[in-house]
Design a protein around this ligand. Structure first.
Ligand code: 5GP
Length: 345
């Protein structure tokens, strides 16, 4: 047994220190980014925020709504083949949409069939599993990269620099970073495993950038300020679940509670999701996600305005004319956590 004594940080442990700025208005800030992906060589331009591939959030409707603002979506894994083919053909060139898959043989076969039909309209793929540290995952990633040299691959999830490097060397253009921080994730509680998300971002970004790779910070953002901190810490992309949940473009069921409209939102490893897609929770495993009811918020448009406005505002406070400059201009100040926050008093 070993104990790592280094301090590891979450979003709530820091604030961004303001810096002298010559910007006069938030409208002067450009929050889009341009990248050329390491393996696929494909260019990217857009606002680097991705709707999560959860079945409530990663929907066709969300993809269309976010595309209007140059944001991306990772579609959830449970769409049927015919509807996926239809969607990719229809949206081709007009949006960044990730086809999502796990690493089972059936996942790969489904992808192969959909890709055969949809052809080059599928340009981005997200391969994710709860634990990106297994040999099986690495073997899958290598095979995918060998067979599809021109596809942009986002792969994860991991939380440490050495594994971010490994995934990039195995073929990932973008490494997805986050174990345990998700709003409906219970991994930290159920397995005791995880890593404070801001430190995971800082360490993985440093490792990935050293190899010309990119990272996507996945999970744990609960406010626009958290996105600013994630970008400030070095995230190239950010994936959002909870912040995009509860909208008209989501697929969750709407229910009435105390006279208010609420929407069901649940983790993809929750009992709700497992019963929906596998019929039950397998005997050997525990659920690592939960279900919550969140306020129904109507079209995602207004929420997007808040999110993008918050990120723009952070840029003006530190004098970053472009989102690209935010991490270079970020100094985090550590904040003392209140005892009542630590102990829940
Ligand atoms: P959020 O933005 O809601 O904080 O986090 C979204 C991320 O949580 C997803 O992209 C995914 O990585 C993660 N996630 C979604 N469902 C589950 C789950 O049931 N269990 C765990 N451990 N993580 C989940």
């Amino acid at each position: 047994m070993r104990i790592e004594e280094d301090l590891k940080l979450d979003f709530k442990d820091v604030l961004i220190r303001p810096k002298r700025s010559t910007l006069t208005s938030r409208s002067e800030v450009d929050i889009s980014r341009e990248f050329v992906f390491r393996h696929s060589g494909k260019p990217y331009r857009g606002i680097p925020i991705i709707g999560a591939n959860m079945d409530t959030v990663g929907t066709f409707e969300m993809a269309r709504a976010l595309a209007r603002h140059d944001l991306a979506v990772a579609l959830h894994k449970h769409y049927g083949e015919a509807e996926l083919v239809r969607f990719f053909k229809e949206i081709s060139g007009a949006a960044t949409v990730f086809y999502s898959m796990g690493i089972a043989k059936t996942d790969y076969e489904k992808f192969r069939r959909v890709k055969e039909e949809a052809g080059d309209t599928i340009t981005h793929v997200c391969v994710d599993v709860a634990n990106g540290y297994t040999k099986m995952f690495i073997d899958f990633l290598r095979k995918l990269r060998d067979n599809h040299p021109q596809i942009v691959i986002m792969a994860g999830n991991v939380v440490t620099g050495e594994m971010a490097e490994e995934l990039i060397l195995d073929g990932a253009d973008i490494v997805k970073v986050g174990i345990g921080p998700g709003s409906v994730c219970t991994t930290r509680k159920m397995a005791g495993v995880g890593y404070p998300q801001l430190s995971a971002i800082i360490e993985c970004a440093d490792a990935a950038h050293g190899l010309g790779g990119l990272i996507c910070a996945d999970g744990g953002c609960t406010s626009p300020g958290d996105l600013a901190k994630a970008f400030g810490g070095g995230a190239d992309f950010i994936m959002l679940g909870g912040m995009l949940a509860g909208h008209a473009e989501c697929s969750g069921e709407i229910v009435e509670q105390d006279g208010r409209r609420k929407m069901r939102f649940y983790g993809m490893s929750s009992r709700t999701a497992m019963e929906k897609y596998s019929g039950s929770v397998a005997e050997y495993r525990a659920t690592e996600g939960k279900e919550v009811l969140i306020d129904y918020r109507g079209p995602v448009e207004n929420t997007l305005r808040d999110i993008l406005g918050g990120v723009r505002s952070a840029c003006t406070y530190v004098g970053a004319r472009k989102l690209k400059e935010l991490s270079k201009r970020t100094t985090f100040v550590r904040v003392a956590r209140q005892l009542n926050e630590v102990f829940g008093a």
